[in-house]
Ligand binder design. Structure first.
Ligand SMILES: [Zn+2]
Length: 372
């Protein structure tokens, strides 16, 4: 039976972070730990948040989020959270900080081991409403994790696995497009392509959720119109607002499930070397996956062709080129020797189940070769 969920409270406006103090008290957080990365600290955003909070109310700052969140960073974050008797989390950053914060909130309040809560170990049912409250503040426009119920973690055993539960949805999302003003062009393009991939993949997913389809198409239209402006001019505030909305809409829509693009990006994003950017991987995989799926979702493709005003795979290829993104996995220094294990992992990824065309490890091998 289709499950349709829209639960998030979202504050969306330029300057929205000035409401952080009341957002925290609304969701019952008195001693927050802030989860972020060192780049965000260096950019002065943590100081900016501190100034909006009652004096000395920030109990701890965990600024060790890796480029892709790891099991080790969860352990370190939980230890800091407990040492300072925190009662909730402010997640500030891109998708990695937001995902990591969700899993620290889980493991600070649930017994281990972490893997027992993951999708491959059928752990979603063990995730309860005891998860610590999270207020999520995205600083990139791409992930949608601020309204999503999922988080991805690279495990010590080498797997990159998903955790999914409505109890992981942040209690409040504060979307302030001012925080993305000045984002470097490459990051604006790569994170924007993640938002665009969420809208396309979730729209094509066969799960029944027409509200999500409509949100995905709206997000896609905004992303197509504004991604190049946001990339070309870091100070174009209209483009920042529109891309942050497209990202949010992608996040609201992908409760339907994603597809083969994300199934491939997840295991590659779990590699310790080379470190690969999630949005960039999605941009590179989209053309081959769109061609692979076209006949299995013929009616949806008609709508997609109309929304994109042309052949979707061709349009994405050309867009990637104009945005200065890599054209292939080879350009990203991904060694083709790892394709067999990546194909196996992709076939087991939770996003494979919601791809419009069934995809086997052999299919994934072909998609990897085509994207190389
Ligand atoms: Zn994504």
């Amino acid at each position: 039976m289709p499950i349709i969920n829209y639960l998030s409270t979202i504050e969306f406006e330029f300057g929205a972070i000035s409401g952080i103090g009341s957002a925290l008290s609304d969701v019952g957080i008195a001693r927050p730990m802030l989860v972020t990365d060192r780049g965000i600290v260096a950019a002065g955003l943590v100081d900016q948040i501190c100034r909006k909070l009652p004096k000395k109310s920030l109990a701890a700052v965990f600024d060790q989020t890796p480029s892709n969140p790891t099991e080790e960073s969860v352990t370190a974050g939980v230890a800091l959270y407990k040492a300072h008797t925190c009662d909730g989390i402010i997640a500030l950053g891109g998708g990695s900080s937001l995902d990591l914060a969700k899993i620290i909130a889980l493991m600070a309040t649930h017994p281990g081991p972490l893997a027992s809560y993951s999708v491959p170990e059928n752990g979603s049912a063990h995730i309860t409403d005891k998860a610590a409250p999270v207020v999520a503040i995205p600083t990139t426009a791409g992930t949608g994790s601020e309204v999503g119920r999922a988080a991805l973690i690279a495990m010590i055993d080498g797997r990159k696995i998903g955790f999914i539960s409505t109890h992981l949805i942040p209690k409040r999302a504060i979307c302030d497009p001012d925080l993305t003003v000045g984002l470097p062009p490459y990051l604006a393009a790569a994170t924007g392509m993640d938002a665009l991939a969420h809208c396309i993949e979730t729209f094509l997913s066969p799960a029944i959720n027409p509200p999500a389809d409509a949100i995905a198409l709206d997000g896609l239209a905004r992303a197509l119109l504004f991604i190049e402006k946001a990339t070309a001019d870091g100070n174009d505030r209209e483009a920042r607002w529109q891309m942050m909305m497209a990202s949010l809409e992608g996040g609201l829509a992908f409760q339907k499930g994603l597809g083969a693009v994300h199934a491939l990006s997840h295991p590659l994003g779990g590699l310790r070397a080379p470190i690969l950017h999630h949005g960039t991987l999605n941009a590179v995989f989209l053309p081959a996956v769109l061609r692979f799926n076209a006949e299995s979702a013929a009616q949806k493709f008609e709508t997609l062709r109309a929304a994109m005003d042309g052949d979707p795979a061709q349009i994405i290829t050309e867009l990637n080129q104009r945005l200065g993104l890599p054209a292939s996995l080879g350009d990203m220094d991904v060694p083709d020797a790892i394709f067999p294990e990546i194909a196996e992992a992709a076939a087991k990824d939770h996003c494979t189940a919601t791809n419009p065309r069934p995809a086997t490890a052999a299919d994934y091998r072909v998609l990897l070769e085509e994207s190389f």
